[in-house]
Ligand binder design. Structure first.
Ligand code: AAL
Length: 428
């Protein structure tokens, strides 16, 4: 029997070989002439060997999978209200915002953030003084809190206070992030030397260090990431310092806002150093991300991934750079966390196998309206992790009820324009 089968298989193989030799077509070319000329009904998991449109080339070349559900860098985001933070009945006098990454030490989670507690709500640059804040992050300190579940937090108090004038940050220390390096802890933060809004939101970056995440913190009292030279993109603001240990160095991503137009352009830059206290060298390709607002990155596989939010052509995307510098869009999503500080276990491990993130702390500004202008912290959850497969985080859309759409209605100027267009057309 077996001899029969083998003989027939051999004859079949010879026949195929002879046939293809006659038609002069290789196996690959034969595959090109798929049985159906149209694109197949079942979406190929791998890039098909056939002429493709630019969009279909992109669908296979740019994304980790041809469908979002299978794309490790696509996720929806779910939000949870935090417990343990008092906001004075949301009257605008207390604000918490711009949280750091979350770390896990001493059996609990830690997060640091901008804390403002002023007699009034922010009153703008013209009305501000030594006690009245110009902006939500003016006259602020860096405080911290701990938690065992990431939802109920115990506020521990001040980590980095405003230093005395003329030290860097005497007006306000804000928008911090944490680095653990060779067993020591470093908090990087924006050091304001004048009220935000007097010229712009201008500041450099300073740092304080400690042997424990609970402090005490010692201010380095020097600028570690300076503003750019006059005329350079980051000449006025070095915002959202965001440090990692990567490629055997400290990679500190930051945002700057520029272009001089009152509608600011916001992009992300990178500065690296061998020493947490600097000097930091800015990357020659800066800006390295052409959109976004606050910086949220995380080690992913051999590179770095980024949540790119709010501003710019590529806002509301998740991006990836295999080298930590050259970013490409890896997914498009919505309702992204603002100023997210993810729990990132491998942020300081110099990893080349970044596992991704599943939750963190973010903020909401003007939490109860611009009249009581203050921000609150909240928890976000997602599946941007190689170690999680939460299919409920991979749906394509959020469904809003009509009233949500009607809340985003036309303004008076738009209604006037439409009425004029209608009158021109109908005479009424
Ligand atoms: C935030 C951050 C920086 C800015 C201000 C406070 O969203 O981008 O910190 O300076 O707004």
């Amino acid at each position: 029997m077996m001899k029969f089968v083998l003989r027939n298989m051999t004859m079949l193989m010879v026949a195929v070989f002879v046939l293809s030799a006659c038609t002069g077509q290789s196996t690959a070319e034969k595959e090109q002439e798929a049985p159906t000329k149209g694109f197949p009904f079942i979406l190929p998991k791998e890039k098909p060997n056939r002429p493709l449109s630019k969009a279909m080339e992109r669908n296979y070349d740019n994304y980790m999978a041809p469908r979002p559900e299978d794309n490790e860098l696509y996720s929806q985001f779910k939000y949870t209200e935090l417990k343990g933070f008092d906001y004075n009945d949301h009257d605008g006098t207390i604000s918490r915002r711009d949280p750091s990454k979350v770390i896990f030490e001493n059996g609990k989670y830690y997060v640091w953030y901008t804390y403002r507690n002023t007699p009034t709500k922010p009153m703008g640059a013209k009305k501000c003084n030594d006690t009245i804040p110009s902006a939500d992050w003016d006259l602020s300190e860096i405080w911290y809190a701990t938690s065992t579940d990431g939802i109920t937090w115990e506020e521990q108090g001040v980590a980095v206070p405003r230093p005395p004038k003329p030290e860097v940050g005497w007006r306000s220390v804000t928008t911090c992030d944490i680095l653990k390096f060779k067993g020591k802890y470093y908090i990087y933060y924006q050091g304001f030397m004048q009220a935000s809004g007097l010229r712009g939101d201008d500041c450099p970056v300073a740092v304080s260090y400690a042997d424990s995440p609970d402090g005490p913190w010692t201010a380095y009292n020097k600028v570690v990431v300076d503003n750019g030279a006059e005329g350079e993109w980051d000449q006025y603001s070095i915002h959202d310092p965001h440090p990692f240990v990567y490629n055997d160095k400290i990679y500190l991503y930051y945002k700057s806002d520029f272009d001089g137009d009152p509608r600011l352009v916001r992009m992300t830059g990178l500065a690296t150093s061998d020493n947490p206290l600097g000097p930091f060298e800015k990357h020659p390709l800066n800006p390295v991300i052409n959109s976004g607002h606050e910086t949220t990155m995380f080690p992913f596989q051999e590179g770095m991934a980024a949540l790119v939010i709010k501003d710019g052509n590529e806002h509301f995307t998740i991006q990836y750079a295999p080298d930590g510098v050259n970013f490409d869009i890896a997914a498009i999503t919505m309702l992204m966390p603002t100023a997210a500080g993810p729990y990132t276990p491998d942020a300081f491990t110099n990893t080349k196998d970044g596992r991704g993130i599943t939750w963190g702390i973010s903020h909401l500004t003007a939490a109860t309206g611009w009249d009581t202008n203050h921000a609150i912290l909240l928890r976000f959850d997602c599946d941007l992790s190689l170690d999680l497969d939460d299919k409920d985080m991979k749906h394509h859309n959020y469904y809003y009820k009509p009233e949500h759409y009607y809340k985003h209605g036309l303004n008076g100027k738009q209604r006037k324009r439409i009425a004029e267009e209608n009158k021109k057309l109908t005479g009424k």
